[in-house]
Design a binder for this molecule. Structure first.
Ligand SMILES: Nc1ncnc2c1ncn2[C@@H]1O[C@H](COP(=O)(O)OP(=O)(O)OP(=O)(O)O)[C@@H](O)[C@H]1O
Length: 616
C-alpha cells in the first residue's frame, strides 16, 4: 500500500516534469545537471585534500608528483566551477520563469474563463488556494530546486561515496591487535551499516512531525492573513468603507480586531516555532552521535594501518556527505506533500472545465435581425427559486425596449442570459434563428455594449477606459463625452482625457463622483459601437434632468441599433417603442406606454407612483 503510494508519487512527479518544462524549457535538465555537478564539486574537494596528504606523507608510493596532482586538480576544479556557475545562473533564471509563467497562466485563466465559471465558488476557492500555496509552500520552484535537487544529489552522493565505502570495508589491516581484528571483521561493516541506518529510521518520524508542523503553520497563516487582508485592504483602505467607518464609528472594534489577530498569529506561530526547533535539535544531536561513531570507525582503520591518514579524511568527508545529503533528502521529501498539493491544484485549476472553450465557432452575424428567448428558465447555481420563468420574448432589430419591474424581478438576469454571462437552465436563446451557444463567446459578446448597474472603470486614463479594446478615434471620443454630458468636466482637467481615474495607480489621478463615473461608463458603452446597446440602470446616480437629457441624446445617436434600457425610473420608457414588465421572474406585461397605462397593471402602478413625486 505504502509502496504503491510512493510509486504513484514518482509517477506524478513525471507529469510535473512536463509541466515544469512547459513553464521554462529544459528546466528539469538544467536542475539535474546542476545537482550532479554541485555534488561532484564537494567530492572533488574532499578527495583533493585527502590525496594530497597521502602524497606528501608517503612520497615514495606517490602515483604522481604532488605539484602535478595539484595542478591537474585545480584545472578540473576550475572546469567544474565554471560549469556549475553557468548552470546556477540558468537555474536562477529558470526559477524566476517558473514562478512568473505559472502566475501569468493563473491570471490568464482567471480572465479567460466564462463568467459562470469565474463566479463559481469552487473555481475561486482553487484559485485562492493555489495563490496561497505559491506564497507559503512553494510549488514548481520547490519541486525543482528542492525535492528534485534532493533526490538527484543523494543519488549522485551514493554513486560517488558508495564505491569508496565498499573499498573501505574490503581493506584489511596486517597486525593482529584486538582493534585490527574488529576492523577486519564483519562487525565493522555491521556497525557502519547501523550508523548509516540510524538517521534514515529516525528521519521518518522526525520528518513527519516537521512536515505536519509546516502544514499547520501554512493553514493557520492562510486563515490569519485572510482576516488581516480584509482589515488592511478593505476596511482601512477602501474610501467607500471609510465613509461607513466614520459614520458608525466602529473604529475601536476594528483596531482591536487587528491587534487581536496579530497577537493570536504570533502566539500560534511561536508555539509551532518552539516545537520545530526542538525537533531540529533532536536531529542535530542524533547526527552528531552518528558522525562521531563513524569518525571512531575510520580512526580504527587508520590507526591499525589499513588506510593512510589522508584516506581517513576522505572517508570521513564522504560519510558526512552521505548523512547531510540524506537529511536534506528527507527534509525535502517530507515537505513534498504541501508543494505537490499546490501543483495538483494548479493543474486542476488550469484544466477546470470551461464552457467558453467548448468549441462554439459559428460565424457571428454582422447585423442582428431578431433576438428570441424560447421557453427560457434560469435558476442560479445553489438557488432554490427561479430567477427567470418560462420566458418567451422576441426582440426585433432597431427596437427600443424598456425592461421594467420591481427589485429582484429578474431584469439583470435577463441581460446576463442575453449576453452569455449565464446559460439558460432550460430553453434556448436565438440570435437570427441561431442558438447563441453555437457562437464563440468572445465574438458573441462583441455584439453588445453594456453598462451594468455595478459597472467598473479601471484606474487607467479616461481615454483608455473609453476606448477599451476599440481603436482610438479622437472625434468619437469627443462625441462620446458630449453624449454622456461629461465633456465640460473633462475639459477642465489639466490632463484632459489623459487624466487617470482615481489615484490607485497614479498620484495625478482624479476621483470622480458616482454620477460622473456613470457618465464615463455610458460614454464607453457608446464608443464600442456594438449593434445592441444595453443600459442596466446606468442612470441611478444622475439627477433627473441629466438623466432625461442623456437618454434623449443616446437614443438619437445610436440610430438604427437595438437597445434595451433597464431602469426603475420611468424616464427611459419615454424613449422606448416597447415596454416589457417582469414580476417574480415572469414576463407579465408587454406593450407601449399607452397600452400598458390602459391595462392598469404593474407598469401603470409603477409609473403613476413616480409621476406623483415628480409632479409634486
Ligand atoms: N448570483 C446570484 N445568485 C443567486 N441568486 C441571485 C443572484 N443574482 C440574483 N439572484 C436572485 O435572482 C433574482 C433576480 O435578480 P435580478 O438581479 O435579475 O433582479 P433585478 O430585477 O435586476 O433586481 P434589481 O431591480 O434590484 O436590480 C433575485 O431574487 C435575486 O436575489
Amino acid at each position: 500500500m505504502a509502496q504503491s503510494k510512493t510509486v504513484n508519487e514518482f509517477k506524478k512527479m513525471r507529469s510535473y516534469f512536463t509541466y515544469a518544462n512547459q513553464l521554462y524549457p529544459h528546466v528539469i535538465l538544467i536542475q539535474f545537471s546542476l545537482s550532479i555537478i554541485n555534488t561532484v564539486r564537494i567530492f572533488l574537494n574532499i578527495l583533493f585534500i585527502g590525496q594530497l596528504i597521502n602524497l606528501l606523507i608517503n612520497p615514495s608510493q606517490a602515483f604522481m608528483p604532488p605539484v602535478l596532482f595539484t595542478g591537474l586538480f585545480l584545472v578540473a576544479l576550475l572546469a567544474v566551477n565554471i560549469t556549475a556557475d553557468y548552470l546556477q545562473a540558468k537555474s536562477f533564471t529558470g526559477m524566476h520563469y517558473l514562478n512568473k509563467n505559472a502566475n501569468t497562466n493563473l491570471a490568464n485563466k482567471m480572465l479567460d474563463v466564462d463568467y459562470l465559471t469565474f463566479t463559481d465558488s469552487k473555481f475561486r476557492d482553487i484559485y485562492s488556494s493555489v495563490k496561497a500555496g505559491f506564497t507559503y509552500t512553494g510549488s514548481f520552484m520547490t519541486f525543482v530546486s528542492g525535492i528534485l535537487d534532493g533526490l538527484v544529489s543523494f543519488a549522485t552522493t551514493l554513486v560517488l561515496a558508495g564505491g569508496s565505502l565498499i573499498f573501505l570495508f574490503s581493506t584489511k589491516s596486517q597486525d593482529t591487535s584486538g582493534f585490527s581484528q574488529f576492523a577486519n571483521s564483519i562487525w565493522f561493516v555491521v556497525v557502519a551499516v547501523i550508523l548509516i541506518i540510524i538517521p534514515i529510521i529516525a528521519s521518518f518520524p522526525l520528518g513527519k512531525i516537521q512536515s505536519r508542523l509546516f502544514e499547520k503553520f501554512y493553514q493557520i497563516n492562510v486563515s490569519f492573513n485572510r482576516t488581516l487582508e480584509y482589515y488592511m485592504s478593505i476596511v482601512f483602505r477602501d474610501p467607500v468603507y471609510g465613509k461607513t467607518l466614520r459614520l458608525y464609528d466602529p473604529k475601536d472594534k476594528m483596531v482591536q480586531g487587528v491587534i487581536k489577530e496579530v497577537d493570536d498569529q504570533f502566539t500560534e506561530n511561536s508555539k509551532i516555532q518552539t516545537q520545530s526547533v526542538a525537533i531540529g535539535n533532536l536531529d542535530t544531536v542524533l547526527t552528531f552521535l552518528v558522525v562521531a561513531g563513524f569518525y571512531l570507525l575510520i580512526a580504527i582503520k587508520g590507526l591499525t594501518g589499513a588506510i593512510a591518514i589522508g584516506s581517513v579524511i576522505i572517508y570521513v568527508g564522504y560519510f558526512q556527505q552521505i548523512i547531510s545529503s540524506l537529511s536534506n533528502l528527507f527534509l525535502q521529501w517530507n515537505n513534498r506533500r504541501a508543494a505537490f498539493k499546490t501543483i495538483d491544484q494548479y493543474i486542476a485549476f488550469m484544466n477546470f472545465d470551461n464552457e467558453k472553450t467548448s468549441g462554439r465557432d459559428l460565424t457571428i452575424p454582422q447585423e442582428i435581425q431578431t433576438i428570441e428567448f424560447e421557453n427560457v428558465t434560469y435558476q442560479y447555481p445553489g438557488s432554490e427559486t427561479y430567477a427567470i420563468r418560462d420566458l418567451n420574448l422576441t426582440i426585433k432589430a432597431g427596437e427600443r425596449v424598456a425592461v421594467v419591474g420591481r427589485n429582484g424581478s429578474g431584469k439583470t438576469t435577463l441581460i446576463k442570459l442575453l449576453i452569455g454571462l449565464a446559460s439558460p437552465t432550460t430553453g434556448r436563446i436565438l440570435v437570427n434563428g441561431k442558438d447563441i451557444t453555437d457562437f464563440n463567446v468572445d465574438d458573441y459578446q462583441n455584439l453588445f455594449s453594456v453598462v451594468f448597474q455595478d459597472f467598473k472603470l479601471s484606474a487607467f486614463s479616461i481615454v483608455e477606459n473609453i476606448t477599451a479594446n476599440s481603436p482610438y478615434d479622437k472625434d468619437r471620443i469627443k462625441t462620446a463625452l458630449e453624449l454622456a454630458g461629461i465633456d465640460e468636466k473633462v475639459a477642465q482637467l489639466p490632463d484632459g482625457i489623459q487624466t487617470p481615474i482615481t489615484q490607485e495607480l497614479s498620484s495625478s489621478g482624479v476621483n470622480f463622483s458616482g454620477g460622473e463615473l456613470q457618465k464615463l461608463a455610458i460614454a464607453r458603452a457608446w464608443y464600442k459601437n456594438a449593434p445592441v446597446v444595453i443600459l442596466d440602470e446606468p442612470t441611478s446616480a444622475l439627477d433627473p434632468l441629466s438623466e432625461a437629457e442623456m437618454y434623449e441624446q443616446f437614443d438619437n445617436l445610436i440610430q438604427a441599433k437595438t437597445a434595451l434600457y433597464v431602469s426603475h425610473r420611468m424616464s427611459s420608457t419615454q424613449f422606448s417603442s416597447r415596454i416589457v414588465v417582469f414580476d417574480q421572474g415572469r414576463l407579465v406585461e408587454d406593450g407601449t406606454h399607452k397600452t400598458l397605462m390602459a391595462e392598469q397593471g404593474i407598469y401603470c402602478n409603477l409609473f403613476s407612483e413616480q409621476a406623483k413625486y415628480y409632479q409634486k
